[in-house]
Design a protein around this ligand. Structure first.
Ligand code: AMP
Length: 167
């Protein structure tokens, strides 16, 4: 974590960084960011704060517990905001498993009945949604605008603030 010139906090995400305007919530060792190319609406990423954690086994026990506890919180949040009762939780750990950003991240994907032709289609969409020249029907826009991402993060933060008792 490091402060930018204007005091905005940014967190590392592999080769890039995520500014606080795109962050939904944080815990001691992890943070939750909105996705630049969501596979479904409110597709979130739960990410350890420490740089250099490219694989799941790079995490300490403390970081692992913190990451998954925050993933549960993010899941509850997006299910409530979307009004759905299910989620796919996934990690593509390593290049051959489809990982494109070399920094551990848990995908939280809220699901609704019949959102894909076959339930498990979400995994092939996840594998290809951020590949160069990917052509997938489920992408909601290619590389969303900063404004879109900030708006979504704000909606989620506000929902949490207004429904503190539920988290
Ligand atoms: P994976 O293919 O499992 O490594 O997933 C990488 C995820 O990070 C994809 O869902 C991308 O859409 C997402 N992503 C990449 N860069 C950014 C970014 N700057 N901000 C938010 N999400 C990103």
């Amino acid at each position: 974590m490091s402060p930018k010139g204007n005091n905005e906090v940014i967190y590392p995400f592999g080769h890039t960084t995520i500014p606080s305007s795109q962050i939904v919530m944080t815990s001691r060792l992890s943070y939750v960011a909105v996705n630049i190319k969501p596979v479904v609406p409110y597709h979130l990423l739960v990410i350890p704060k420490r740089q250099g954690t490219s694989r799941l086994y790079d995490l300490t026990c403390d970081e692992t517990a913190d990451l998954f506890n925050l993933a549960k919180k993010a899941q509850r949040l997006v299910e409530q905001v979307r009004g759905v009762k299910s989620s796919t939780i996934a990690i593509q750990d390593g290049e051959d498993a489809g990982q494109t950003v070399k920094h551990v991240h848990v995908h939280v994907l809220p699901r609704e009945k019949d959102d894909f032709a076959e339930n498990d289609d979400i995994y092939s969409e996840l594998a290809k949604h951020d590949q160069p020249n990917a052509e997938t029907r489920r992408i909601i826009g290619y590389h969303r605008s900063l404004e879109d991402m900030e708006k979504e993060a704000e909606i989620l933060r506000q929902y949490m603030q207004e429904n503190e008792d539920k988290f």
